[in-house]
Design a protein around this ligand. Sequence first.
Ligand code: NAG
Ligand code: NAG
Ligand code: NAG
Ligand code: NAG
Ligand code: NAG
Ligand code: NAG
Ligand code: NAG
Ligand code: NAG
Ligand code: NAG
Ligand code: NAG
Length: 829
Amino acid sequence: MSFKQPLLRFGALVSLCSSAALAVDVYSPKYFHLGPEPTIDGLQAYDGNSITLDEANSVLTLDYASEVGGWPWVEFESPSSPVQIQLKYSEPYDGLALPQGDGPWLYCNGLMNSFRTETFNITDSGKTQSFFLQGGLRWQSITLIGNTPITIRNIGLKPSVSVSNPESLPGSFSTSKEMYEQVWSLGARAVQAACVDARSQPSTWEMSDEGALIRGQYPAVSALATIFANYTLEFSTKITAGGTGWRVAGGANGGYGAYFVLTSNKEGLTSTNITSLPENSLVAGYGFTLIDQAILASAPSQTYDISTTIEEDKWYSIKTMINATGYSISVDDQEIAFVSNTNFASYVDGTWGSGSLTEGNFGFAPYLNQEAYYKDVKVTAQNGTVIYQNPLTSTDILQEYAIASNEYAVCLDGAKRDREIWIGDFAHTGRIIAASSGRYDYVKSMIEFEFDWQYPPGPAYGLVPIQAYMGAGAEYREVYYPSEFGETDYQFFFLLVLTDYFSLTGDKDLLMKNWDGVKLLVQTLVDRYYDPASGLMASADASWFTAQGSQNATAPTALFAVALNQLVEVAAALGDSGTGATWSQLSTNITTAINDSLWNEALGAYSLSLTQPDDTAILATAFTIRAGMASSDRVASSIARISDVFLSIGYKDNSVTANSATTQLSPNTQGFLFESLFLAHIKYNVSADVVVPAIQNLSEVFWPKMVTQNEYYTGASWEYLYADGSPGIGVFTSLSHPWGGAPTYIFSNYILGVRTEWNAQAKSYEWVFAPAWDIAEGLGLEWAKGKVPLSTGGYIEAEWNVFTKGAKPTMSAQVVGNSNVKINMKERS
Ligand SMILES: *[C@@H]1O[C@H](CO)[C@@H](O)[C@H](O)[C@H]1NC(C)=O
Ligand SMILES: *[C@@H]1O[C@H](CO)[C@@H](O)[C@H](O)[C@H]1NC(C)=O
Ligand SMILES: *[C@@H]1O[C@H](CO)[C@@H](O)[C@H](O)[C@H]1NC(C)=O
Ligand SMILES: *[C@@H]1O[C@H](CO)[C@@H](O)[C@H](O)[C@H]1NC(C)=O
Ligand SMILES: *[C@@H]1O[C@H](CO)[C@@H](O)[C@H](O)[C@H]1NC(C)=O
Ligand SMILES: *[C@@H]1O[C@H](CO)[C@@H](O)[C@H](O)[C@H]1NC(C)=O
Ligand SMILES: *[C@@H]1O[C@H](CO)[C@@H](O)[C@H](O)[C@H]1NC(C)=O
Ligand SMILES: *[C@@H]1O[C@H](CO)[C@@H](O)[C@H](O)[C@H]1NC(C)=O
Ligand SMILES: *[C@@H]1O[C@H](CO)[C@@H](O)[C@H](O)[C@H]1NC(C)=O
Ligand SMILES: *[C@@H]1O[C@H](CO)[C@@H](O)[C@H](O)[C@H]1NC(C)=O
């Protein structure tokens, strides 16, 4: 191995944008079409000229060309009389054909519009901007309701996130096959659309002395009320548009449960083909809201005529009394309806909701296009004790209701959905950021967020949140345990996030500051989930995402070993050899247990779990390779078995999963498999011939599905795919999901070849430039070049060329704008 002295160049210091100012002022549509209905064909370039909607041409289709997010606005010319227009948003084109767009979704409102449609009432010229942001979309439509023509002068989105074109990012990658660059940019776009700056996502409630002004959205629920049961809820409300709404007996996961909407005597804004609410009535439903979305069932809503007149701009006091058979609703102390809970019973769901018709929290929000004030909330228990009271006038309550503006810069799992801080997803996200946007400040902030929330003594002692809401507060975290701890191994992924971050940044300060927290987390995981009988990770109290819930499984146990191995290196770098030795022994112990009990010689692969010895799983293969526990022979043999789970375009999670039209292929799990194929070659000497076919399938067949289909394309990576290449949860699928973007860092790390590696002698990580030559050659790649941003400023710029097949390639690399970083070049031997 020869080491070439890197060429150092000191360019102007490159600012890696840690400031909160967004790089983009406006997202403008790139294409449009005006006609009687939405269309994807024959779009014209949008040049900002005026467009008139009339009865014959009532639908304007807008295409932003790729994923963007922000506050939609439209600038109008004054219409001859008030005109209603309905706006609709979607990531895939087919969402425009659905009455409700591609929403709504599950969980909380995610500090965005809970709905994908909204109606504006235009009376004058000027700009009308939505109160709510839309987290992610490519498509929009504007539909004229009625027949009064209206002219649009301009349209766009005020950005809530900075999504720059891949060319303007500090990181880049290209190679002789053009598709690789497009696949690389999927993750690069997704991390920009799904990561939000601190305080950039405002609260969806507006607090004032008059009470909380709440526009139509999912009801936000009180964290203090999760344990309430059989109570009476009272509050005052003043409708300012259309109606008012509230929830009782909701669950901790954003508040799925009974939902009531009381409409005013005025005709509200029109929403074509979405649950319409008659004037002056009570509408009762059960679910997240009243809309029945494809995979999100809601009880069909029931409408009750009421004998009083509900006026707008007038305060009413509303009382809801829960009993065993239903909900008695009173207005100003007159019962207006008794809503029987019989029709709701089959929608009770312990995962989303409280699992009961009489227990769970309460919350407030009117329905779509409505708006109302709320104040003076009082809750009384069955025995007459007042158990909750709040005037609802102070911003202090926003975290209690999980709708405060985000305190931390965080990355959500998806731009449009679920908009939660899923720490397991972030194992890919953090590394994509490091290879593309260079926003290491997000990674650091996510780590700080997790430790800020790490659980104090109590039932969840030592654990970190796996799916926190960005609008919630650490002070209320107990409420979210155990309902939001469904994926035990996300705790392991957090350990990866932490140690991957350290390997990329060498940030000892952050690790030292949280070192006690790290040790507590590891100890908690051992105490709670390590089974001494099997030597594997198993506990009745645990659910393993990486093994579809199976206990004593290879993948989660090996994942823990990967995390421990990386922690041993971090401990060495920090000089804590005692802790390092304990972790090293623990890793050896669980590695031995996997080796002894989960290798199936006849299968030629590690088994899915003790109870599924004859099944293979791609994460069992991926994590045993990354953990370094298998011999080269075992690695090669288990890789040979992955073609067993190949279905049409990609790899199923395991051999248990049947083949069908709705089998989901996960870019998240395949992302881990993908890296392990490179590691198999680089670290375990597995011949390139063994890994190239699978690498080729992933690079040239599977991921390109996210690039080549215009109707689904967002320029970002997806959540799931079906075997026919379409989005794997239909319109519900997040089409800007960083967990599906692993090729971004994999191409930069292994094809370009710039990555960090542990240097045991120096007890630190170093940057290397060491392409996986044989794999690159096997893939038919002739050259690659790119940039990798550095956490301390500047970037590494590298390039290689193979002039003649089999000949020694030329390599060049330089560190630009950072005099502290050296790069260790490894030439092809
Ligand atoms: C639209 O605005 C006009 C003028 O303010 C008003 O008269 C009308 O009631 C509004 N329509 C709805 C449905 O709110
Ligand atoms: C809306 O409903 C009308 C009347 O039922 C129907 O003709 C139309 O096709 C529906 N539109 C959509 C987008 O579903
Ligand atoms: C619940 O309340 C309703 C109306 O207030 C009443 O008719 C019904 O009997 C009550 N059910 C129970 C089980 O108390
Ligand atoms: C609430 O009332 C229901 C129905 O009467 C009863 O089954 C349940 O035990 C009560 N819950 C609590 C916590 O009192
Ligand atoms: C009344 O019920 C509440 C809520 O269940 C409970 O906290 C409180 O101790 C009870 N008070 C009395 C006097 O029983
Ligand atoms: C894990 O395997 C051990 C040994 O076979 C067994 O005793 C234990 O019950 C298993 N754990 C779970 C949660 O299934
Ligand atoms: C590893 O296994 C050895 C032998 O069974 C045991 O003595 C030791 O305590 C274990 N170490 C850890 C950290 O689990
Ligand atoms: C696991 O088994 C392999 C043999 O395939 C061996 O090389 C390796 O050292 C074993 N590791 C442990 C920790 O037992
Ligand atoms: C690659 O994809 C082809 C189908 O295009 C499939 O037949 C083959 O088994 C896959 N190879 C591997 C190693 O999975
Ligand atoms: C891979 O090959 C290198 C050099 O030939 C050797 O030093 C190393 O030990 C091998 N690694 C494994 C895991 O077999």
